[in-house]
Design a protein around this ligand. Sequence first.
Ligand code: NIG
Ligand code: FE
Length: 423
Amino acid sequence: MSKPLLVHGARQMLTLRGASTPRRGGQLPDLSIVESGAMLIEDGVITHVGPSRRIENLAAARKARELDATGRVVMPGFVDSHTHLIHGPARLADYEARILGRSYAEIAAAGGGIRFTMRAVRASSAKRLATEAQAHIATMARYGTTTIEAKSGYGLDEATELRLLRIAKALDGDMLSIVPTFLGAHVVPPEFEGDPDGYIQHLIDAVLPRVAAAKVARFADVYCDTGAFSLAQARRYLTAAIEYGLEAKIHASQFAEIGAAALAVELKAVSADHLEAIGVPEIEAIARSATIATLLPGSVFHLGLTRYAPARKLIEAGAAVALATDYNPGTSPSCSIQMAISLACTQMRMTPAEAIAAATINGAHALGLAEQCGSLETAKYGDFLVLNVPDYRELPYSFGINHVAMTVRHGEVIYCDKDDPIQ
Ligand code: NIG
Ligand code: FE
């Protein structure tokens, strides 16, 4: 048992305490701020949160290690609910080609894109992939993330997909909490060229049973769009995945509205992610459902596009909106959820409070982890950040820089910008 940890003096402690369901509409911006806030963490778990003068006087607080957050913001660690963590090399040729005018779809059709990454990942050793992933994880921790989802989807054959999921699972708890997602239905691999139905059948017959039996993924995801899998293929695949006990997620309406968001609602998917092209009936359907609308503005920004997801319409319709990085080498090579928050505010007109709630408590809901993380509440893990700012609105306002002074997961410091100031 380590000594308790007392965090005190925070100018703004963003607790995000409250409802046990995802935040929607007018509830989204409620950060439940405690001014001059404090928190006590024992054995990695929060035991008390409240005003400093009360928490400091608790018997356990008097013998605790102390973290003085005077003048600063303390908030929950970010929950990045959509990443393609393990991915091989950067796609710099794709990036330059796009700058010179070629589209994401054209580059993919010419053999670049996801298939480029697939070839590199298949040729890479598990050790090398894990070492590279650890470097990305360290960057995420530096930028304030404490929990992530990690998708497969760059192996596209049984052995490599399982290898990616096993790496993600093995890295869980090393520095961050990691939830693996099986994205075998990312694109059609060369072995099934021209036969997407055959590949989906192969996934259902051969790969899904292995993934389920190995217990290496919590979620199954499919990229359902023009240029990827059709609605019928996605429905068949996710229905089978659900029968195997996986929970559903969908890359939906990223480039075209083909009904993927409505499919997410129909299948009671945990989340529908992207939604840049979502139509009005689908906005209403998702707002009436329990499916979380996970928005990924980093991919729009990096692709140099202008159509961001209609965050305001989704929020005003009553949808539960989450925000994530979509960290991947093709469309969003940034581990910084702070950047995603800035983009959400300036490009999608989410308020700073809405964006912060979407990247913490609603991200936790999108991973089925809201009882463990996403807010600063008794009985949740002591996963929190100290920011180098006195007001949380500076986080998106002053964009493109790192505001994190310290990242703590389960009561242990995983990043600190100075020598560890815990006394
Ligand atoms: O979320 N569009 C599908 N999947 C990813 C991109 C993956 C890649 O280009 O490597 C996305 O944007
Ligand atoms: Fe993605």
